[in-house]
Design a protein around this ligand. Sequence first.
Ligand SMILES: NC(=O)C1=CN([C@@H]2O[C@H](COP(=O)(O)OP(=O)(O)OC[C@H]3O[C@@H](n4cnc5c(N)ncnc54)[C@H](O)[C@@H]3O)[C@@H](O)[C@H]2O)C=CC1
Ligand SMILES: O=C(O)C(=O)Cc1ccc(O)cc1
Length: 275
Amino acid sequence: MVVGIVGLGLMGGSLGLALQNTKLVSKIVGFDHNLSHCEEALKLGLIHDIVSFAEIKTCDVIFLAIPVGGIIKALQDLKDVQDTTTIIDLGSTKAEIVASVPESIRSNFIAAHPMTGTEKFGPSAAIQNLYHDKVVVLCDTDNSNDLHKNRAIQMFSHIGMKIVFMDPISHDAHASFISHLPHVISYALANSVMGQEDPKSILALAAGGFRDMSRVAKSSPQMWSDIFRQNKNNLLSSIEVFEQELEKSKKMIEEEDWKGLEAWMSKATTLHKIL
Ligand SMILES: NC(=O)C1=CN([C@@H]2O[C@H](COP(=O)(O)OP(=O)(O)OC[C@H]3O[C@@H](n4cnc5c(N)ncnc54)[C@H](O)[C@@H]3O)[C@@H](O)[C@H]2O)C=CC1
Ligand SMILES: O=C(O)C(=O)Cc1ccc(O)cc1
């Protein structure tokens, strides 16, 4: 099979690396609208060749590893692929993407969200084992043809992924709390601290906790503004729930309810029993 990857950053580049180790794939070609990313990806050996978007359309499997707004636009440009071409997107949101798929290619399409990643971006962020032993959520597969569904399952399984099926609306509601809200909080924390503290103090006093909680605030603002735009309503609900928890802790501190605060924190510590 010839695989075409659109977007040669963290997700597309890491996929190129992972697929090179499978017997399923005879050639991996890539396309990126940023020429320097094309050159870098080729130099790093993430793909075998760079091709035009027109040539991507002739691949057996096309992966869309670009920001979620770009995925919706790219799907319009893929309207005329052959019935045997599988199109898989890797976007972090699913409902708007699935709703936007042109009817002529709905059966070719697989909506996937790999639940793995890092705060780094671009081709140099690509890593060999990013997908290994991680979960990929596949959405709305009842509307995909069996050939394409089975191909997607086969490819994700070959790179060591565990597959979970979900409808796109539920996916976006869950992803809002478990993935998108933590990113909003991390950006907010970074801005709160930088608004009050000078760089010298931050450097001198930053311990592990602050580094851990602010790590994802290094993530691509372009990628995340697209995600927040597509998952706006779920994200607003998640932020409200978080505000209520902050408010609860503020009130207990104001009222010196240390017992209440301790119980509130004890409940939070149980999260890591399931992670
Ligand atoms: N970063 C992460 O940890 C995760 C990201 N995702 C999703 O994967 C997708 C890709 O994200 P990353 O690889 O992290 O981003 P990235 O910023 O590392 O790479 C994206 C690449 O796509 C290129 N690009 C952007 N728009 C394009 C277009 N219209 N046509 C061709 N090339 C284009 C960029 O030049 C860049 O090289 C996004 O939809 C994101 O929501 C999913 C799971 C994890
Ligand atoms: O860096 C991290 O810890 C992440 O959480 C990466 C990530 C970013 C976006 C996704 O849709 C899924 C995973």
